[in-house]
Design a binder for this molecule. Structure first.
Ligand code: LLP
Length: 383
């Protein structure tokens, strides 16, 4: 949480002028701070009972971001063959088992390609084993289990329970065990990821306990991958995830079950705080008491507020030290009423050309951007 007494989540305050110069030169952009990436990487590495950490690259696939985590010793979790190939292209010498491919309802060809590439492969459905047995015969695999419950910051990101499309339900484990025997498979690891933006520190221990129950039914399981989902503060009113408590609770599990290697695969936690979205004020408008500050990029660059109602800290970077004098909506130039980066925000008097900063946007920002309205989204810059 704190580094040398400062809140590292406010790294951008110290780089105010550098960031303003960047936007003036580049236009709307995401900027990622490598030191902050490392700080969060080390926090995850500090979860002692965890033996292996993978970075879930869906959160931010920027090559320099991946290089930073590779240097810290992270493996990579990928959800498409495109992501797998991205990692292999960046790191041709990578041990293929440092990559875990976790597809969901992917076509048969992607499983075949993953086996060819020799990466760790997770099945999250019994269907591939039943329908394409010849593909898997004698293979070493991971299975993604649905522990029966989901968790997360929004219903769209809960990935457990009957109404989620992910994971093998526990009632199918017996049938899976029969197929494992029939096809001479070795189930090296079990996997679960119940959702994203979780602040309950005991969530991963709960998952471990359930995966252990399933492992007993299958036999021979060496690895429990407890997923990602580690929550962050999107704004200063939200709580931190107590990472020390995550560690303590997993330590207890590990003491009771030293037979397993524990893996985690965070995305958001590693990259969110290290990234900011920068845009420039284009126009101002007042409809009576309702005031709008328009900026030169919107939901085409950052869709989380529109999609999940996410409330990220937003500041006028040009006027960081001026008093807030009004409540405004910060909006982009996209032709949708939902194109709001922030609603009802306290803001200083602002003018055309001011730089606006949306904080904690290093995860699920640029990767979810689009060319909607044929407006090019913010580019990526790593400092
Ligand atoms: N592992 C698996 C199998 C996943 O599906 C995910 C995320 C992760 C790991 C990493 O989860 P994280 O640590 O980042 O929470 N677009 C949404 C988040 C979707 C997460 C999808 N899966 C958002 O902006 O909140």
């Amino acid at each position: 949480k704190k580094k040398e007494g400062r809140d590292v989540s406010l790294w951008w305050r110290e780089k105010q002028q550098q960031l303003i110069d960047i936007v003036e030169e580049s236009g709307p952009c995401y900027v990622y701070d490598t030191d902050t990436l490392r700080t969060y990487g080390n926090l995850v590495k500090g979860i002692e009972p965890v033996d292996r950490s993978l970075y879930a690259i869906k959160a931010n696939a920027n090559p320099d971001v991946l290089k930073t985590f590779r240097e810290l010793g992270f493996g990579f979790e990928c959800v498409s063959i495109g992501e797998v190939n991205h990692v292999i292209e960046l790191f041709p010498d990578i041990d293929r088992k440092d990559i875990l491919f976790t597809p969901n309802f992917a076509p048969r060809t992607e499983y075949a390609e993953a086996l060819e590439l020799d990466v760790n492969l997770t099945l999250d459905n019994i269907y591939p084993l039943q329908q394409w047995p010849e593909l898997f015969k004698g293979q070493e695999l991971f299975l993604r289990i649905d522990p029966g419950h989901g968790h997360g910051h929004h219903k769209h990101v809960k990935t457990g329970g009957k109404h989620s499309k992910f994971g093998i339900p526990r009632f199918e484990i017996k049938e899976v065990a029969e197929l494992v025997d029939e096809l001479d498979l070795s189930i090296k690891g079990l996997h679960a990821h119940i959702g994203s933006g979780i602040k309950d520190p005991f969530s991963w221990k709960r998952t471990a306990v359930i995966l252990h129950e399933v492992a007993k039914e299958l036999g021979g399981v060496e690895i429990l991958d407890l997923g990602g989902g580690f929550g962050i503060r999107e704004n200063e009113t939200q709580a931190h995830l107590d990472i020390q408590e995550v560690s303590n609770s997993l330590q207890k599990f590990k003491e009771a079950h030293p037979e397993y290697e524990l893996w985690v695969e965070p995305g958001r936690f590693l990259v969110a705080v290290a990234g900011v979205l920068l845009a420039s004020v284009t126009q101002l408008k007042g409809k009576g008491k309702v005031k709008y500050v328009g900026v030169d990029t919107g939901m085409n660059s950052f869709i989380r507020p529109a999609l999940y109602g996410a409330r990220h800290t937003i500041v006028n970077l040009t006027r960081l030290n001026e008093p807030n004098s009004q409540s405004v909506n910060i909006v982009g130039p996209i032709c949708e009423s939902g194109d709001k980066l922030g609603i009802d925000r306290l803001f200083p008097h602002s003018e055309e050309g001011d730089v606006v900063l949306v904080a904690n946007t290093g995860a699920y920002g640029q990767v979810m951007s689009s060319n909607y309205n044929l407006r090019a989204p913010a580019k990526d810059i790593v400092i």
